[in-house]
Design a protein around this ligand. Structure first.
Ligand code: NOJ
Length: 758
């Protein structure tokens, strides 16, 4: 009875604050948080900082013994603030009911889940979405994911991952927006806004989480969870911007990271969490640890034991412990022993409660638990249309020689070959815990919706042995060649062969780093065998990272980068191959020629020896067995039409202080069909107190032009666009010469200069 009356009291007050305007609402929430905090025991406060994984099948009997029973008791005793991996209205309601109706204060749980690129209706993997360079579609995709997750009882996603990644060996490049901090920042903001919407308390939106703070994408040798050593300038110039953009877009939570950064694990890193995030950036949401990362500080050699790990993580600003159990086991005692100040605990709990209030959980803890909404929203036709649109815009046409694409719609004989051609699971990609295997539209299915051509399908080789899963290593087939002769026979004499090759959906993602970037298994052998009998090949790539496909680039006339595109994959690919959607994606990450070139990124420094000084001289920054050039540069992507860039002009030679420099160029569609182009503007600060990259993306715009149509595109450059982390360790622009570059990729075609005077 006592519990219920406390809950009712809180609910009543919250309802009254919800009726007020936004700003008073924030103050009211803070007041409510404080009054709730004053009712809490130390144990209950620490409980809010504890997050458990789903620990029993709540639709079945509650286990009475072991870990699960302890967790159950903790939940009832107010020692749990959040759970992850509980999903579905019925299951979420059951855990929420225990927290709300059986614990002393009845504080609702915040329910987290990895909604990375869709919930059940899957969008393309985030790297693919970034290739669209289309923030409206990216935002819409996150909005759809949030609606489905929220309808399933979830109110917090562990997304977006905003880690910049320059090393394609790292399996988690699929989860981010690629290598560029400017594009990455726009994508981060769009995704946060999509998940959280205008009103966090709506039952259709969920709290977002910018992760992994910080520099997880810079793991040495691309190996997951590995050591990170990067300087402060790289942190500020390259790693932080998307996190800062997420914060500015209103993201309510951050997740720290598994990696150590310059010798200090991110989870116990006070510079990152207290100084930068909560200090400089004034972030007032909360920070959750990564799974077990509080405990992993012991293994890193940074904490002596669980108690020491709890002390170091909490002191450094990690507010919630995901599945290490060290907060719940040690924090209260640490406070009682005077080793952790209670004010630090209060700060963490305030942050957590604030987000719970903002979500409206005190008003109605079951607001995400409407079974009818769950039925109506998840998998709706509207959501499938949204992810289809996203998927079409994520496809990148890498090469198209001799106009092999688009395909003719009638009278053609097609062979569709490859282990991924009829795969209905891989296109879902990694991180799709709520989507069932076999629910994507395969390429074969998409292609057969066009009825004018004949299709012969052969698998050729199997990519994997057995069915890969999220938690287990994927075993690649390297021995079974029995299907190759059949595939070759099917390809012989056909008008066009479409080869669907790449990586299985679980060959990228967490724990999926690779030392090779080629086509895995026997796929290269299959490709070359088919090429022997038919050179009219369209290679459709499905993968979660840049691949080094030199042979294909040299031999195959058309190459389409189709990533892992989600539930509507095959339909999107078919519409692109047939020209019903003219491709306009641009690479968000450089494609290397060889794994030995990585990390490879367009915005590198110049070095003191960037070019060959004289024929045959060896002393310059290069490899003796491979060019420095990538296979496909950042920003690359073709269309079925052609675009010409001309007349890059600046409105003045000198930009002063807070003036605006207008930059314009003329873009013309010189081809024969309507197409959309992403025009890109890069900049170089020629001399600075700290060396600057050879080129940095500063602006881009997307325009659709009819054949023969020209448009003058304008961009604004201001002082803030020139700012960076200077030699004085400050963020500012410096006076001096700048060069602008423009084009349809980072291999730009136009240049102009200006002078900036502070
Ligand atoms: C570990 C991953 O690094 C993180 O991104 C994810 O959100 C958590 N596991 C929870 O699943």
């Amino acid at each position: 009875m006592k519990k219920l009356s406390l809950l009712l009291l809180l609910s009543a007050t919250l309802i009254s604050c919800n009726n007020n305007s936004m700003s008073t609402n924030t103050n009211d929430i803070d007041r409510k948080v404080d009054s709730l905090l004053s009712l809490m025991t130390l144990e209950e406060k620490v409980g809010q900082m504890n997050q458990y994984n789903g620990f029993w099948n709540v639709t079945g009997p509650v286990p009475e013994e072991g870990d699960a029973a302890k967790k159950y008791d903790d939940l009832r005793n107010g020692r749990v603030g959040s759970m992850l991996n509980v999903r579905g209205v019925e299951e979420v309601r059951k855990v929420q009911q225990i927290a709300v109706e059986e614990s002393r204060l009845g504080i609702p749980l915040i329910i987290g889940f990895d909604v990375i690129h869709g919930y059940e209706t899957m969008s393309p993997i985030p790297l693919a979405e970034a290739a669209s360079w289309n923030m409206d579609l990216i935002k819409r995709s996150a909005e759809v994911a949030a609606r489905e997750a929220a309808a399933s009882g979830i109110n917090w996603t562990f997304a977006p991952m905003v880690d910049i990644s320059r090393d394609a060996r790292w399996g988690r490049v699929m989860e981010g927006a690629g290598e560029d901090p400017y594009l990455g920042s726009l994508v981060a903001a769009a995704r946060v806004k999509g998940f959280q919407g205008e009103d966090l308390s709506s039952p259709l939106t969920i709290a977002a989480c910018a992760k992994h703070f910080a520099a997880y994408g810079f793991s040495e040798s691309g190996k997951d969870y590995n050591t990170v050593d990067v300087g402060t300038a790289t942190l500020y110039n390259t790693v932080f911007p998307p996190f800062k953009a997420a914060k500015e877009a209103g993201v309510r939570t951050f997740m720290n990271a598994f990696n150590e950064l310059n010798g200090i694990p991110a989870t116990g890193n006070a510079f990152l969490q207290r100084e930068v995030l909560k200090g400089e950036w004034e972030f007032d949401g909360f920070v959750v640890s990564d799974w077990g990362s509080v405990n992993e500080m012991i293994i890193h050699g940074f904490a002596r034991d669980g108690r020491d790990a709890a002390l170091k993580a909490a002191t450094a600003g990690s507010d919630m412990d995901m599945e290490s159990y060290h907060y719940v086991n040690h924090l209260a005692k640490l406070v009682e022993d005077g080793e952790v100040e209670e004010s630090l605990i209060d700060d963490a709990v305030r942050r957590i409660l604030r987000v719970k209030f903002e979500l409206g959980l005190f008003e109605d803890p079951y607001k995400y638990c409407d079974a009818q909404r769950e039925k109506d929203i998840i998998g709706s036709e509207e959501h499938h249309q949204a992810v289809l649109e996203m998927a079409k815009h994520s496809i990148v046409l890498l090469k198209n020689e001799g106009g092999l694409l688009p395909l003719k719609k009638e009278g053609q004989s097609l062979a569709i070959i490859g282990p991924l051609a009829d795969d209905k699971t891989s296109p879902l990609g990694s991180w799709r815990i709520a989507a069932e295997d076999g629910t994507a539209v395969s390429v074969l299915e998409g292609m057969t919706t066009y009825e004018g051509n004949t299709i012969t399908h052969r698998q050729g080789v199997k990519l994997t042995e057995g069915s890969p899963s999220f938690t287990m290593e994927t075993k690649i087939n390297t021995t079974d060649r029995t299907g190759i002769p059949e595939a070759v026979a099917a390809a012989r004499g056909k008008d066009v062969v479409i080869m669907v090759l790449g990586e299985h959906g679980f060959q990228s993602g967490e724990g999926r780093s690779r030392t090779a970037l080629d086509l895995p298994g026997l796929q290269q052998e299959l490709l070359e065998a088919v090429y022997e009998v038919n050179k009219n090949i369209v290679l459709v790539l499905m993968n979660g990272r840049p691949l080094a496909i030199n042979w294909a680039d040299e031999h195959v006339p058309a190459i389409v980068e189709a990533w892992h595109l989600g539930s509507e994959s095959g339909n999107a690919i078919a519409q692109v191959l047939y020209g019903d959607h003219n491709p306009n994606g641009k690479l968000p990450m450089t494609f290397p020629r060889d794994v030995g070139q990585v990390p490879l990124y367009y915005n590198h420094k110049n070095t003191g020896r960037p070019v060959i000084p004289a024929p045959d001289l060896v002393f310059w920054s290069h490899y003796i067995d491979q060019t420095n050039q990538p296979l496909y540069p950042f920003g690359h992507g073709l269309s079925y039409t052609d675009f010409t860039y001309e007349e890059l002009t600046v409105s003045k030679d000198t930009l002063k202080g807070d003036e605006v420099l207008n930059v314009s160029l003329k873009l013309t569609n010189t081809g024969e069909v309507t197409g959309t182009e992403t025009a890109q503007l890069y900049l170089r600060d020629m001399v600075a107190s700290r060396t600057r990259p050879v080129k940095e993306l500063k602006k881009f715009t997307q325009v659709t032009l009819a054949p023969g149509e020209s448009q003058t595109l304008t961009f604004e450059i201001k002082e803030e666009d020139l700012a960076f982390y200077t030699g004085n360790n400050t963020w500012q622009a410096e006076s001096g010469d700048f060069t602008l570059f423009a084009g349809g990729s980072s291999n730009t075609v136009l240049e102009a200069t200006f002078y900036f005077e502070k």
